[in-house]
Design a protein around this ligand. Sequence first.
Ligand code: 5AD
Ligand code: SF4
Length: 442
Amino acid sequence: MTAKTFYLETFGCQMNAHDSEKVVGTLLARGYTQVETPEAAELVLYNTCSIRDKAEQKVFHRLQQFKRAGKGKVFGVLGCVAQQEGEKIFDKAPHVSLVAGSASYTKLPEMLVQLEAGARRVTGLSLDTEETFDTPFTRRDNPHRAYITIIEGCDKSCAYCVVPFTRGPERSRTSASVLAESRQLAELGYTEIQLLGQNVNSYRDPSPAGWDFATLLTRVGEIQGIRRVRFTTSHPRDFGKSIVDAIDENPRLCNHVHLPVQSGSDRMLGAMQRLYTRDQYMRRIEWLKNSPRNISITTDIIVGFPGETEADFLQTLDLLDQVQYDSLFSFKYSSRPNTAALAMGDHIPEEEKTRRLTILQERQRAIQIQRNSETIGAVQEVHVEGRNPSLGQWIGRTSQNRTLNFTCADENGESLIGKYLPVRVTRAGPNSLAGESAANML
Ligand code: 5AD
Ligand code: SF4
């Protein structure tokens, strides 16, 4: 086969980032070569996100740039925008030849054969699959931390969310295949594993063993050579106490839980079809706060959902005060195709959404300054991820998922990346900590 070049740009969440690692691996295994710019590539792929309108627009921007300049290239749209817009993409961007959603990636090799044969309208849009996309060819971006998808799709129907439409129904991988991949990664020298799924808590082993998520998490945490296990994302409704118990029992399971709440108002939680009340959510927060592991808690919030009043918004601010999150992602509501909320309109003016978002972020910033400053003086173990040469600092991450940048007096010019080191926190900002290596003090 003639060698071909490809370029792949990824938007969106970690699931997408990891899907891209598998897509890249599949292409390399077929003899393609990855290049750094779309200009240098014969095949240009975008792995897209449609969670909010802004994310969706990005791919059309990119494609627009190549409407004329892209002659001789083959363009493909993968991921959530592909699934959502389907063949309409061929009308919007006639220079595109491949449109495939994530549920069709197992058919990628066949789709590539069609493209190579010159086909101009190749699609992979069926959501009707029992399969998950497992491949031995995954080309991982990070030599120390590896992602493993344990469950694909989502069976919830949050009123604002496109994911059930773009990633299809839930499919869990067998526990045996997850453990085999984890062991193989440990043998290759990976020390941190991140278990991924839109809703990892509803993981259910399809093999007769029938493990739930907490059991799988425990078993992955027992694998020799693995020092850290993380997981994302959790849905509060399916988040059981057994997950906190598992974290309590094994320090290799990181003391961080991302538990998206979306709103502090019961009225909004009902309208969003989140399937829990604020009280039920708070019960989970109590489990986490009562853990001896000092588990950090982070969340996602949407402001400006249809019908959100000032009183609802104030309840969200009140929830932030009550929970004291270590970090959060906040978004302005964006109406999405196919979702239940589409019919509710999108009547909260943009300026008002911006006002609420700004107030929320300021409130959270104050909380983070306070919470981060409480760590000053403590020694925390970091996994070293990089180096900032201009500051002479190493970039580390704590088990709680905080960035902790640090200096190291006796590093002897050797790279610390990938190592686990104790670091004493000396300063704290709203978004990160700074410190110095405490390795020589041990
Ligand atoms: N508008 C704004 N934010 C959204 N999210 C999901 N759908 C929407 C939407 N339509 C946010 C939620 C989710 C995070 C990944 O993105 O907070 O948890
Ligand atoms: Fe974006 Fe959601 Fe798709 Fe991830 S699953 S890429 S966040 S739309």
